[in-house]
Design a protein around this ligand. Structure first.
Ligand SMILES: Cc1cc2nc3c(=O)[nH]c(=O)nc-3n(C[C@H](O)[C@H](O)[C@H](O)COP(=O)(O)O)c2cc1C
Length: 356
């Protein structure tokens, strides 16, 4: 059997293979609600054979949305629409996971196809918040530096969102601590210039992430996986580094986090990122090798052979695919065929299954 199709048990949850749908914003919600788009989009990828589908960055508060069109889970009313989708996904043998996020200083922007620019408060945007009053792009409105009360609200919002995630049928939570959003903004020295106990030293900068993890763990069952997506490097001098990520992984391991999903970048606009096939895999590999923490690799993983190689050589425990899954919702079914492995197809599609 190809290693890509070996099951993986994390806590009490069994993934049938190593191929995961990476979280992808759809900018298709109104007031944070899930709708038919999400059902069809995510449902097709369950039919396509992914072992785990991580829903897009799902806002823990209205002010934590990147755009007004983001999916959210900040109120009880959001649960029902999501539950319909998680139930469908699970019925097709795929584990439903959610990425809980707060966009910090990158909130209050237009969706990409509406221009992607900042929406000012006068234009129905909202005041953004961040560790320090430094905007992502100089010309954009300044975020408000979170005070102690604001920080407590963020922690409470993640906790309430985790509780609702359970009600909504999710079996995996991934905390979004990457791509220049709030939790990353706190641990990166490029965006955090605080002088209180949430800024300065490494220990202080990772404090908010740790407090969010602790608050989520108060309501999230121990038998369900808790993952954290990080930006393993800022690709910028004076920023967060691969070594910092290894140090963080050691701390997260002690905290009971189950896997680190290793992305990079996103916290400063001018970073030079050496984009290419599998360009972030090295971070999943070094964190796994140096800490023993299970990892997920993401970023330009597009072929079954490449994915199989990452798992077989022990560079990561999971591969997460984003754009390739937009091109090919049935990637796992096709990958099995290419790797000459027999997997179960949805009964409704059986007649189209290639015979070996
Ligand atoms: C349409 C789209 C939306 C995305 N939204 C998110 C998101 O909500 N959360 C996140 O962590 N990454 C997001 N990403 C990044 C992907 O999860 C992934 O890390 C990145 O695209 C690299 O993987 P790929 O080369 O397989 O596309 C998004 C990417 C795309 C293409």
């Amino acid at each position: 059997m190809p290693n890509l199709f070996s099951p993986l048990k994390i806590k009490n949850i069994e993934l049938k293979n190593r191929i995961v749908v990476s979280p992808m914003c759809q900018y298709s919600s109104e007031d944070g609600f899930a709708n038919d788009w999400h059902l069809v989009h995510l449902g097709s990828r369950a039919v396509g054979g992914a072992s785990l589908i991580i829903f897009e960055a799902t806002a823990v508060s209205p002010e934590g949305r990147i755009t007004p069109d983001d999916l959210g889970i900040w109120k009880a009313e959001h649960v029902e629409g999501i539950k319909r989708i998680t139930s469908f996904i699970e019925a097709h043998g795929t584990v439903p996971g959610v990425q809980l996020g707060h966009a910090g200083r990158k909130a209050s922007h237009r969706s990409p196809w509406k221009g992607g620019t900042a929406i000012t408060e006068e234009e129905d945007g909202w005041q953004t918040v961040a560790p320090s009053a430094i905007p992502f792009i100089e010309s954009e409105p300044k975020p408000l530096e979170l005070d102690a009360e604001g920080i407590q609200k963020v922690i409470a919002d993640f906790k309430a969102a985790a509780k609702r995630s359970l009600e909504a049928g999710f079996k995996v939570i991934e905390l979004h601590a990457a791509h220049g959003y709030l939790l990353h903004e706190f641990y990166s020295p490029l965006s955090n210039q605080r002088t209180d106990n949430y800024g300065g030293s490494f220990e202080n900068r990772i404090r908010l992430l740790l407090e969010v993890i602790e608050s989520v763990q108060e309501v999230w069952p121990v038998e369900y996986p808790l993952l954290v997506r990080i930006s393993a490097t800022d690709w910028t001098e004076g920023g967060w580094t691969g070594e910092d990520s290894v140090a963080l992984a050691n701390v997260l391991k002690d905290k009971g986090v189950d896997l680190i999903d290793c992305s990079t970048g996103g916290n400063v606009p001018h970073a030079k990122i050496p984009v290419g096939p599998g360009y972030q895999v090295e971070f999943a590999e070094s964190i796994k090798k140096e800490t023993g923490m299970p990892t997920g690799a993401v970023g330009m993983i597009t072929s079954p052979e490449q994915a199989e190689d990452i798992i077989t050589t022990g560079k990561a425990d999971l591969v997460l695919l984003a754009r390739e899954f937009l091109r090919e919702p049935y990637f796992p079914l096709k990958a099995a065929q290419e790797l000459n492995h027999d997997i179960t197809w949805p009964l409704q599609y059986e007649r189209a299954k290639p015979r070996r």
